[in-house]
Design a protein around this ligand. Structure first.
Ligand code: MN
Length: 231
């Protein structure tokens, strides 16, 4: 049976060393997963449990893009993140078994309408307008887990127009990647195509039309995004 309307193809991400691409099924994002970032957001971090929000796969774009400055905000922020690409089903998986479900890693940007996110937070409303922004989930090519190796003290960093804004290491993650996968798999049947953005370190800030964002994580392909004129 054919569809009644044409829709764009499912977005997908190149994988280093593979001819095929990684199709994006879902995008889960971890909130406040670096203590220094939580502090700059006015929140004291606890280890009670991680929390999540989601971005639509339709919001995904690839590194190198120019994305228009989005409507409805006067405070559009960059967030540099490590993305984890799931490669095998995970449901109620133990922390000790979680890493076997990781297919690859990549650099990602969780672009955010900060003014809307904060007002939604203040009014105890969902964060969708702040976080599920068109063109706001930016991905660089993925590197397979075996090639990347263990998550340790890799540097994670971001610059705007060449000026470093975010600079941390992956050792600062509050919830580790296996802890996140194990916890999230208690609520979802994770499948290949599911991506997890693991949170951003301190130093988030606003960008404006014409700004060029560049970011990187040791061992992964770098990421860039140019902010275009307002949509
Ligand atoms: Mn984020």
């Amino acid at each position: 049976m054919s569809h009644l309307f044409d829709i764009p193809p499912i977005p997908s991400i190149p994988v280093k060393g593979e001819a095929g691409t990684y199709p994006i099924r879902r995008i889960f994002c971890v909130g406040r997963n670096y203590a220094a970032h939580a502090a700059e957001m006015g929140i004291e971090v606890d280890r009670e449990k991680p929390f999540y929000f989601t971005k639509s796969p339709a919001s995904a774009i690839l590194t190198g893009a120019t994305a228009p400055y989005p409507p409805g905000t006067g405070n559009y922020h960059h967030e540099m993140e490590l993305a984890v690409a799931i490669g095998a089903p995970a449901f109620k998986v133990a922390v000790a078994d979680a890493m076997s479900r990781v297919y690859a890693y990549g650099c990602a940007l969780d672009m955010t309408r900060r003014d809307l996110q904060l007002s939604e937070r203040a009014h105890q409303r969902p964060w969708d307008l702040g976080k599920d922004v068109e063109n706001s989930a930016v991905f660089a090519p993925l590197t397979k887990a075996a090639e990347f190796g263990a998550i340790a003290s890799q540097r994670i960093h971001l610059a705007v127009n060449g000026e470093v804004r975010q600079d941390a290491t992956l050792t600062e993650l509050i919830w580790s990647v296996p802890e996140i996968i194990s916890h999230l798999s208690g609520f979802y049947h994770l499948q290949p195509g599911d991506l997890i953005m693991t949170g951003t370190p301190a130093g988030v800030g606003a960008v404006l039309p014409g700004d060029v964002i560049t970011g990187g994580i040791d061992g992964l392909d770098p990421i860039s995004l140019t902010i275009g004129a307002a949509a």
